[in-house]
Design a protein around this ligand. Structure first.
Ligand code: HAM
Length: 421
């Protein structure tokens, strides 16, 4: 048979309920903070990602699914969505009425990385992006929103890491110092780091080759090079997190793998995913809107790795699995036909109802109801139908009562949920 592509996966019932729960919890929280949903295409022009993520990042150099379409234009399966959100903000002039906009997006991303636990070639992200606010309060608020989401999902044992990458006024000096260090240890670096050490030395800091990490153990930190404005901004992020009792660590080596970041960068890390310890990451990208042809607009945001979050959510999956409220066990053609009507009516009233269409024995139908985990079974045969009654059985207590088939949906509702209409 034809199998899945390596690094891709199916999310099946049993697991999907947890994904739905995470998604609902995130959407409800984000909307309370004023975020609106954006649904964007999965394919974009390659140039969009090359220009925003950066030509010499691992993502653009090695990991994108890029191919020519039939006319020869290069297109790419999005490896991330921030660039697309910015494109959309500019293309539709979403800044025209009010430059301050907050968006969230949920959907698949594609990176051709080596698959392993917590790392897939198609993975999902929940993103939140804010445009038009340069206040450090909003960076802290985003982090606070993330921490709140994790708490609502009972995800504990995560750690907030923060750093600052400065601005075009102070970053060049840091890059120079880093370049100097890289030149002095070049013998111990991988070929990518040697190549990047001149043009984009920051990328060497997030190189995953262990010997490069060792060689750069004495590397300087951007925090020692921040200009007064950036320093003040970073301190305000720290103060605000403290005000919201949000614990964090200052991670002087956190540079993130994308070129567009300025000032605040952050990650939420977990010890449960081995090497893939980041369950969410983000930061400011104050220069990106302008760089892609829009007005000079500050921006900040984050992406949650949905797959990773689902993996570390300690809540039991079965908590979310939806079992039928009621299974209608009908015996005989006429009862089956009536049960078919009832099941539709019950479902329309928000009661999850199932039945067996196959005219099977009561024993086999009870077995199926049990297998599905139905809370109640409504048993009806031809005789009962004539008398206008059916037996409602509580599958936990095994108690059974007769109810009238006249107004059956209301009667079931009253017995199961104690709701009288
Ligand atoms: P990123 O750090 O590349 O940032 O990805 C964000 C999160 O996506 C990671 O922390 C991780 O949880 C998840 N992730 C990344 N790659 C994989 C993979 N191969 N398999 C499974 N999960 C993965 C960004 O994408 C930025 N656009 C975030 C951002 C939004 N910055 C500002 N706004």
């Amino acid at each position: 048979m034809v199998q899945l592509i390596r690094g891709f996966k199916d999310i099946l019932p049993g697991e999907v309920e947890l994904w739905q729960h995470i998604e609902k919890t995130a959407v409800s929280l984000f909307e309370d903070f004023g975020f609106k949903e954006l649904r964007l295409p999965i394919l974009e022009r390659t140039e969009l990602f090359a220009r925003s993520i950066g030509e010499d990042t691992d993502i653009v150099e090695k990991e994108m699914y890029t191919f020519p379409d039939r006319k020869g234009d290069l297109i790419t399966l999005r490896p991330e969505v921030t660039a697309s959100v910015v494109r959309s903000y500019i293309q539709h002039k979403l800044f025209a009425k009010d430059p301050i906009r907050k968006f969230y997006t949920i959907g698949p991303m594609f990176r051709r990385e080596r698959p392993q636990k917590g790392r897939y070639r198609q993975f999902y992200q929940i993103n939140a992006e804010v445009f038009g606010i340069d206040s450090p309060f909003i960076d802290a608020q985003l982090i606070f929103m993330l921490v709140t989401l994790f708490a609502r999902l009972s995800v504990t044992d995560t750690q907030v890491h923060i750093n600052s990458l400065g601005c075009p006024a102070c970053l060049p000096k840091f890059k120079e110092a880093l370049s100097d260090l890289l030149s002095s240890v070049s013998g111990k670096l991988c070929s990518d780091c040697i190549r990047r050490s001149k043009g984009n030395p920051l990328r060497a800091l997030d190189c995953k080759v262990p010997s490069c990490g060792d060689a750069m153990s004495g590397a300087p930190s951007m925090l020692d090079y921040l200009c007064a404005k950036c320093s003040h901004h970073f301190e305000a992020v720290e103060d605000s997190l403290e005000r919201f009792n949000t614990p964090f660590v200052i991670d002087r080596r956190l540079v993130r793998g994308l070129d567009y970041y300025t000032r605040t960068t952050f990650e939420i890390q977990t010890p449960f995913l081995g090497a893939q310890n980041a369950v969410a990451g983000g930061g400011r990208y104050d220069g990106l809107v302008k760089a892609l042809g829009g007005p000079d607009t500050p921006a900040t945001g984050f992406a949650i790795g949905f797959d990773r979050l689902a993996e570390i959510t300690t809540l039991n999956n079965s908590d979310f699995e939806k079992n039928p409220d009621i299974f209608v066990a009908a015996l005989g053609e006429q009862s089956i036909s009536k049960a078919f009507e009832w099941v539709c009516d019950l479902s329309l009233k928000g009661i999850y109802a199932e039945m067996d269409f196959g005219n099977k024995s009561l024993k086999s139908q009870m077995k199926r109801a049990d297998k599905l985990g139905a809370a109640y079974v409504l048993i009806v045969g031809e005789k009962e139908l004539e008398k206008g009654s059916a037996a409602l059985r509580n599958m936990t207590t095994k108690e059974q009562v007769l109810i009238s088939t006249d107004g059956i949906v209301e009667n079931v509702k009253e017995k199961i949920f104690h709701i009288k209409e």
